[in-house]
Ligand binder design. Sequence first.
Ligand SMILES: CSCCC(=O)C(=O)COP(=O)(O)O
Ligand SMILES: [Zn+2]
Length: 214
Amino acid sequence: MSFVTIPLEQKQAVLRELSGIKEQFAARHWFPGTSGNLSLRIGDYTPDNFYFAITASGKDKSVSTPSDFLFVDQEGRACETTELRPSAETLIHCEIYRKTGCGAVFHVHTVFNNLVSEYFGEQGQVPIQGLELIKAFNIWEENAAITVPVLPNYADIPRIAELVPDALHPAVPGILLRGHGIYAWGQNAFEAKRHLEAFEFIFEYIYRDLLLRK
Ligand SMILES: CSCCC(=O)C(=O)COP(=O)(O)O
Ligand SMILES: [Zn+2]
């Protein structure tokens, strides 16, 4: 375990913000069956030295308890004395922070992100063009086209995590794991939430559009 002293007020502010986001996502039923994990970075950042708060593994994320989160370092190791285990998917968060320098990473399992990731799984990416909500990713060109990477859902999380750096598209703040869920990120919690909401809107749109065209 690597210990670090994070000022108490800073920790409390991060936990309050993360807790609020968790409650909002839970109200949308975005954490079925204890799935999903959320993290928020704290303090200074260099690619090989940073800290973040993350949801503890296996918790019912629709309830709030004093043991919902813990702090970990850039390798996903707890950096305080705790009985809690960090999310089983912490290494994926670590790779996203390391590669992008972002401030928050949110992961949810929804029916729409699962269906779309499976539909485009063989292709390895979801093509998206001409939708207004692409602007939520700060892409303003007319009729913009982006793709969202779809990674294989290996049981071995380190195997997925090592694919992350090369899979990320700099302008696209999200990746799908096939038949699993989405990771979306942003400079801060506000931006990561906006990105996640935009992805979820777009995935529902893609699903309904495919149905309409059948
Ligand atoms: C019960 S869902 C399987 C694990 C998963 O995909 C997930 O998002 C939740 O894992 P965690 O360890 O973060 O609770
Ligand atoms: Zn998951």
